[in-house]
Design a protein around this ligand. Structure first.
Ligand SMILES: [Cu+2]
Length: 164
């Protein structure tokens, strides 16, 4: 083998080893990635209709399933120009969902993303509610009214996280 040939072989071996290591590192990183749960926060005409036929501030979905021990990234996409909260005391989660903004000089809403990553540790049903005095549109706070299960109407500004 010529000197040049040896150099080429070393370079090729190095490149192959590096490519393999990078691939292995990427596989590990993928395994550690949290699952993503996207939740939309809608208001005004986009908010769900209540039994009173009015639109109400709503989280969609308001109830969902997570896996114990699996890291999850909650992504809240807020189309309401008011903040909300995702408060689940049983999960030790209290996320302030930032308000949407407006396009300069127009009423067009620019949604704001708020992310929160955590790992639910134990199985169960955990209620969440919004801690803000919201839903002040046509429904005049209906979604926030006190009920037998506590603050807020499930399906709008409250719900359940089921951890399995
Ligand atoms: Cu709210």
């Amino acid at each position: 083998m010529t000197k040049l040939g040896t150099k080429f072989l070393i370079a090729a071996t190095f490149a192959a080893t590096t490519a393999f290591s990078a691939g292995a590192a990427m596989a590990t990183a993928t395994q550690a990635q949290p699952v993503t749960k996207t939740i939309y926060v809608l208001a005004d005409d986009m908010g769900l209709l209540g039994p009173d036929k009015q639109h109400h501030d709503s989280f969609l979905p308001s109830s969902f399933v997570l896996k114990a021990g699996q890291q999850v990234k909650l992504v809240f996409v807020n189309y309401d120009d008011m903040p909300h909260s995702f408060t689940a005391p049983g999960l030790h989660v209290n996320v302030i969902v930032k308000a949407a903004t407006h396009k300069a000089g127009s009423d067009a809403v620019v949604p704001t993303e708020t992310t929160y990553t955590f790992t639910p540790s134990k199985a169960g049903q955990f209620r969440w509610h919004c801690n803000f005095p919201c839903d002040k549109g046509d429904g005049a706070g209906w979604a926030m009214k006190a009920s037998a299960t506590g603050q807020d109407a499930v399906g709008y500004m409250a719900g359940y996280v089921v951890v399995m």
